[in-house]
Design a protein around this ligand. Structure first.
Ligand code: FAD
Length: 578
């Protein structure tokens, strides 16, 4: 079946919904989502959204932009970071006007709290920049935007999973989709297609990400010849619940929580004398691992699963209930402890993809280092790389990225889709996807997808994790290639057509394997340490050779790497100290 829209948006998280709100003002817009919209991962975001409102203490967009660039270890495109910081203020007020219930100061203004790497006056000390709705900020954003989209009569296709992109040369004309309820293939033909499919933390064994975060958008694009940018940079959040990876928001440290080792010492005093526990995440995660390796974890056995304590006991029950109610509940449910009485056992957890589909500042997808645009194809949110996060994202800058660049992409689409010519697509556009699905559901015997998932996640966690080296990353590339070969023979065990989640998980696994390969290959090629990419064999940042974005092309069984300049037009790269 072929559906015709002017604009098709894939994903109903914060980025997709904001883009839909803008695009639908001027074009006939559909949103496709494999999940029911408000189950998108944006709804799990806890701590806040940054904007230099200056409501609680002096702040400026210029300081915010600088922190973003420095936090990203100078791999950030600086004009894009300035747009992010400047448009943040209006973006937050727009959310407020659309009904988002932010926490308030006693005077009734939007309250703000501290988050890692956000400073006043170019690094002098921490500043309160994160606007928040308790520890349910993402949930509130998602609800607010979804209501507005319903009001604007955006067409929603819930539980529709995109499996292929239709490209003719450098022009995009639609997507191929499986409908979960029936197993039927649909074609959505459109003048403009926007990917907003979120992150892919499920490459790793221990992650804060939802099961649905399998990077479908970037993988579908990569298989159609679009490069993925800066894939080697994957953020590990310092505070996941030990063993589970469930996130304990940085807001706990923003409100005064302290990381402690087995002697009860506040070890961040040693690693980051100015920002302490609120140093950027790459630095805190590495410091934690160093403590564990030095035998200062809580057990003290130097094993990689040894952990540390996040101490929030001094914050008091009242603050915890008012400002961090969900976190308190998580601790009770998953650990059987009350953070008002006991410290929380934590370890870094795979959290956020800095890399993704390369775009310009209007969300238009770029094909190469000359900036060639793919007509009609857009990306925004965590699946995209604009690049405002560089080598390491600051906390609360992702929700902001969704809103600022989701909106910019939506506005650009609204103009583009009116002017562009319609494209004719016929049923044959779904042939490749159909053949593939018929093959994996033919009922024959094959390896079990679950085992491959397990091996992939373990390899990525152990060999392309926080600390990396040549030998292990080469092993990871080889192992992932081997898993990709085995994957070709995987067969779906459940051959029914209604709600066949077995089939969809196998398609997702294929996406994760492709992204794992691109990540490991990009990491192997970057022979320096920068932001979240930390190499034991190349411990220094090397601006002479590596102050550049990587572009990784998936070419059948190999990865071809190219590079692209970083925009350093405002601040000259300097060593990072905090
Ligand atoms: C636990 C947690 C807490 C966080 N807290 C914060 C925070 O406090 N502040 C902050 O700034 N950031 C935070 N982040 C990061 C931030 O929430 C995410 O980066 C952001 O929400 C991603 O939004 P998105 O719109 O790009 O995608 P998502 O919200 O992940 O949505 C993806 C959408 O794409 C759809 N989709 C995916 N694949 C397909 C497909 N094949 N076909 C159809 N639809 C598809 C899904 O159904 C979904 O609707 C947090 C992340 C996590 C995991």
């Amino acid at each position: 079946m072929i559906h015709q829209f002017e604009t098709v948006i894939i994903g109903s998280g914060g980025a997709g919904l904001y883009a839909a709100l803008e695009a639908s003002k001027n074009s006939n817009t559909a949103v496709l989502s494999k999940l029911y919209p408000i189950r998108s991962h944006t709804g799990a975001a806890q701590g806040g959204i940054s904007a230099a409102l200056g409501n609680v203490e002096e702040d400026k967009p210029e300081w915010h932009a600088f922190d973003t660039v420095k936090g990203g270890d100078y791999l950030v495109d600086q004009k894009a970071a300035s747009i992010l910081a400047e448009e943040a203020i209006q973006a937050v007020y727009d959310l407020e006007n659309r009904g988002l219930p932010f926490n308030r100061t006693p005077e009734g203004r939007i309250d703000q709290r501290r988050f890692g790497g956000h400073t006043r006056n170019f690094g002098e000390g921490p500043v309160r920049r994160a606007c928040y709705a308790a520890d349910r900020t993402g949930h509130m954003i998602l609800q607010t935007l979804y209501q507005q989209c319903i009001k604007n009569e955006v067409s929603f296709f819930d539980e529709f999973q995109v499996v292929d992109l239709i490209l003719e040369g450098t022009k995009c004309s639609g997507v191929v989709v499986v409908e979960l309820a029936t197993g039927k293939l649909h074609i959505f033909s459109a003048k403009a297609v926007l990917f907003a499919t979120g992150g892919f933390g499920r490459m790793f064994k221990i992650t804060s990400n939802a099961y649905a975060n399998s990077g479908d958008g970037p993988a579908v694009c990569a298989r159609r010849g679009i490069p993925l940018e800066d894939m080697e940079f994957f953020q590990f959040h310092p505070t996941g619940i030990k063993g589970l990876g469930i996130l304990i928001s940085e807001a706990v440290r923003g409100e005064g929580g302290i990381l402690r080792n087995r002697d009860g010492e506040r070890f961040m005093e040693e690693y980051s004398p100015t920002l302490l526990d609120l140093a950027p995440r790459d630095i805190v995660a590495r410091s934690m691992l160093t403590e564990v390796r030095n035998g200062m974890g809580i057990r003290g056995d130097r094993q990689i699963d040894d952990y540390l304590h996040l101490d929030a006991t001094h914050l008091g029950k009242d603050t915890l209930m008012k400002k961090l109610p969900d976190i308190s509940e998580f601790c009770k449910t998953y650990l059987g402890i009350d953070p008002a009485d006991d410290p929380i056992p934590v370890l870094p957890t795979a959290h956020y993809a800095m890399g993704g589909i390369p775009t310009d500042e209007h969300g238009r997808v770029i094909l190469d280092n000359k900036g060639t645009i793919v007509d009609g194809l857009y990306a925004a949110g965590e699946c995209a790389c604009v690049s405002v996060h560089g080598a390491n994202r600051l906390g609360t800058n992702s929700l902001l990225d969704l809103v600022v660049f989701g909106r910019r992409a939506g506005k650009h689409i609204a103009q583009y889709a009116k002017g562009a010519d319609g494209v004719k697509v016929d049923e044959s556009a779904a042939d490749e996807a159909r053949q593939w699905i018929e093959q994996i559901t033919d009922g024959s015997e094959g390896p079990h997808g679950g085992h491959i998932t397990d091996e992939m996640q373990t390899t990525m966690m152990e060999k392309v994790g926080i600390y990396r080296n040549e030998k292990e990353m080469q092993e990871a590339v080889d192992e992932i290639q081997d898993l990709r070969n085995r994957y070709r023979d995987v067969r779906v065990q459940d051959t029914s057509s209604t709600f066949n989640t077995d089939l969809l998980e196998i398609i997702e696994l294929g996406n994760l394997l492709d992204l794992s390969l691109l990540t490991a290959a990009s990491a192997l090629d970057r022979k320096e340490s920068r932001g979240a990419h930390s190499r034991e064999d190349y411990p220094e940042r090397d601006d002479d050779n590596f102050l550049k974005h990587s572009l990784a092309y998936l070419e059948e069984d190999t990865v071809r790497l190219d590079y692209k300049d970083v925009d350093t037009s405002i601040w000259e790269p300097k060593p990072r100290t905090y």
